[in-house]
Write a protein of this length. Structure first.
Length: 202
């Protein structure tokens, strides 16, 4: 299987890419490094990436930015960071990528626990995650050629505890193996329109 992983050099993406590359042909895309570069905020860059890579059997996006800040300090432009990157970046990967996905292929998008259990200073990120969940459930009804789509939503992963623990008081860190299995389930399974939640109920 030929799998394109956008964000394959990040904290989670690197582990997912390494795991899947043991049995599959993995192509890693990143903003500044990888087998191919892409800026997911730019539709032309997404189109150029797919044109370079060619047809694939699966696309997984483990990328996207959003502003973390107190709500009363945020400007309209601050909200557009998440809307352009994590939300529309992933939407455009599907919109453009459907033309490069082999029949029966799949998309796997990424969100996080904030859609269900937001914490302080995450208004924008929580909003974007919730929007992606709704998009995946809706677009799964319309994709053609047997194409599937799911979203993996993880909590605070073990490998990012040092960076984000202060934002998630009392949250149980999620083992990276569990998070990897969420992407394996989406890519190699048969489900579609699913929100694959990889965290304990809080």
């Amino acid at each position: 299987m030929k799998i394109l992983i956008v964000g394959g050099k990040g904290t989670i993406g690197r582990k997912v890419s390494n795991h899947l590359s043991k049995k599959h042909d993995v192509v890693v895309a990143g903003r500044t490094s990888g087998d191919v570069t892409v800026d997911i905020t730019d539709s032309q860059s997404i189109e150029a990436m797919f044109s370079s890579v060619g047809n694939v059997d699966a696309v997984a996006c483990i990328a996207g930015d959003a502003k973390w800040a107190a709500f009363d300090s945020m400007t309209e432009e601050d909200f557009y960071i998440g809307l352009r990157s994590k939300l529309m970046g992933q939407v455009n990967l599907v919109r453009i990528g459907q033309n490069y996905l082999n029949a029966g292929g799949s998309f796997t998008l990424s969100t996080g626990i904030l859609a269900d259990h937001p914490v302080d200073m995450t208004t924008s990120a929580a909003m974007v995650n919730g929007g992606i969940h709704s998009f995946v459930k809706a677009v799964s009804l319309e994709l053609k050629n047997g194409i599937r789509i799911n979203v993996v939503s993880s909590g605070l992963v073990e490998d990012a505890v040092d960076k984000y623990e202060a934002y998630f008081p009392g949250h149980n860190p999620i083992p990276m193996k569990k998070v990897i299995n969420g992407y394996v389930k989406s890519i190699l399974g048969k489900g579609t329109g699913e929100i694959i939640r990889m965290y304990d109920n809080c």
